[in-house]
Ligand binder design. Sequence first.
Ligand code: GTQ
Length: 360
Amino acid sequence: MMVTTSETTDGLVPTVSREAEVGRMAFYEKARTQNLAPLWRVLHGLVTDEPRSGAIPAHWDYAAVRPYLAEACDLISTDEAERRVLVLENPGLPGQSRITPSLFAGLQIILPGEVAPAHRHVASALRFIVEGSGAYTAVAGEKTVMEVGDFVITPSWTWHDHGNHSDKPMVWLDGLDMHVVNILSASFRENYAGREHPVTREPGASFAEAGCNLLPVDYKVASQTSPLFSYPYRVSREALDRLSRARDLDSCHAFKMVYINPVTGGPAMPTLTTAIQLVPKGFSTEPYRSTAGTVFSVVEGKGDATVGNVRFRFGPKDHFVVPSWVPFTLLADEDAVLFSYSDRVIQEKLDIFREVRGNG
Ligand code: GTQ
C-alpha cells in the first residue's frame, strides 16, 4: 500500500491511497451492521482540545422581547400553555431550547387572575423576577410573594404552582437543569390532581426555619437544595451595598456573591450556581473566562458588555449569555446589579471546572 503524508489540522498525518480508502469505507459499513464504529474518525471531535460548546454570545434587549411576551398572552392562556414561556434560545443551538448546551432559560409571563397549574418534575428550577409585583409561587405547600430581583427556587420533585392576584402582568426568568437531567435519562414529571396544591405552611415558615442563622434542634437535612426557597432582593441588594463598602472589589467580578444553602454552606441548588453581583459605576472588569457558560439577568444599571467579539449595551431587564470559555468584560456607566446562573457547581463536583482571570 502506498502511504504519503499531508498537512491537516492535526499536523502531519499519513494519507492513504484511493484503493485503501475504498477498503476502509467498506469495513465501516460492515462494522455498522454489528453496531460498531471506528473511533479514529471522530476522536478529536469527541475529545476536543478546548471547549466547543456550539453556543455563541447572545443578548436579548427587554424592549425588543416584551412585545413578544404581550403577543403570547393574546394567543394562549396559561391554562392551555401550562407554562407560558418564551425560551431564550441560543442562535448557535437553534430549535433545542438551550441557551447553552446544559442550560435552559425562558421568560415566563403570568397575567392577573391566572394560575399556572401545579406539577412537579425531577428538573430543578430557579425563578428570577424581572417585572411586576405581588404574584406568588407556591412550593411544597408554602406560598411566597415575588418582587423584582427576588431569587426563588423550585427544588427537584416539589409540587409548585404560580398565581397572579396582582393587577399587573408578572414576568420572571426561568432557569432549569432539565438538559442535564435528560442527558442522564433521569426525568420524571407529573401533574397535580387539582390546579393548586393545598397550602400547608404559613408564608415565611421556611425563612423562620432556616433563614435567621437558627435551625430547629435536631433539624435533619432532607435534600441538597436550600430549604430557603426565596432570597428577597431587598436582602441581597443591601448585602451588596454593605459588601462594597467593607471589601475590596475583585478585578474580574467586582462584588459578586453566590447564593448559598444556609444549612450546608454549599450552593443554594445542587445543579445550578446562582449569583448576584454589583459592578460599581465607572468600573470595568478584567477579562475573565471559565468552562461554566453563564446566563445573566440585569436588575439595575447600564453599561457595555463585551463577550468574545460581540459588544453590546445592557440595561435593566436585559438578558445575555456568555458561553463556555469565551472571555468577557463588563463596564458599568451606572452602578449595575446582575443576577447570573451557570452549571459551575456540577463541574466543581466533577473536578472539571476551569477558569482564567485576565488575558491568560
Ligand atoms: O414553571 O414549572 O420555563 O416546568 C420550563 C418548564 C418553567 C415551571 C419552564 C417548567 C417550568
